[in-house]
Write a new protein. Structure first.
Length: 183
């Protein structure tokens, strides 16, 4: 398949500076992470994979198909960015999961951790619902955040650039790129 990033974008959109993580690199890392997650849980665990929309949708879809345990999937929608490149600091829950968290082994799946505001708000909210365990699985981590809880699984340390693709957007564009690029 063609790797020319410009084929995925319109001329009106900003040009990507470079590909940061290729499709193949992402694929290999997602397989490793799924293996680690599979090994971290036992037959008695009722796993609930909670994806943070929209950014995690592709990562989550690839990840859960490689986790060899029974599990359920649900989603949360939290908004903090609007259409900007920086977090507004105000995290709103626009959609809440219908699945019960109580007694479950919850894996919160996040696309990228930047300021950490989203996670620092959501973790206490989910903990209050009494999960058996609550772990964070993030594809990317910029390593700038002061997090109240560190993620148990991280795909890649990310450069401190604005990244798009593989679910990540800038103003709702670029989510469908099969690789991760820098704007
Ligand atoms: P935080 O609350 O600052 O950690 O930001 C978390 C959310 O902001 C992520 O779930 C993303 O949706 C978005 N975000 C943070 N950094 C980037 C980026 O580099 N590209 C695209 N979205 C980002
Ligand atoms: Mg976003």
């Amino acid at each position: 398949m063609s790797k020319d990033p410009s084929l995925f974008t319109r001329q009106t959109e900003r040009e990507l500076k470079r590909i940061v993580f290729s499709r193949e690199e992402i694929r290999a890392r997602v397989l490793q992470m799924a293996g680690e997650i599979t090994n971290a849980y036992g037959p008695g665990d009722e796993i609930l994979v909670l994806g943070l929309l929209k950014g995690s949708f592709i990562f989550l879809a690839d990840l859960v198909r490689e986790i060899q345990r029974p599990l359920q999937v649900d989603f949360l929608v939290a908004s903090s960015y609007g259409n900007a490149m920086r977090s507004s600091g105000d995290v709103r829950l626009l959609y809440d999961s219908e699945a019960s968290v109580k007694g479950r082994s919850v894996i919160l799946v996040e696309d990228i951790i930047d300021s950490g505001t989203t996670l620092n708000r959501l973790v206490p909210l989910l903990e209050a619902r009494g999960p058996r365990t609550l772990e964070i699985c993030a594809l990317l981590h910029k390593r700038v955040a002061a997090l109240d809880r560190e993620p148990r699984w991280v795909g890649f340390d990310a450069p401190r650039e604005f990244l798009v693709g593989y679910g990540l957007d800038y103003s709702e564009n670029y989510r469908h790129l099969p690789f991760i690029g820098s704007l």
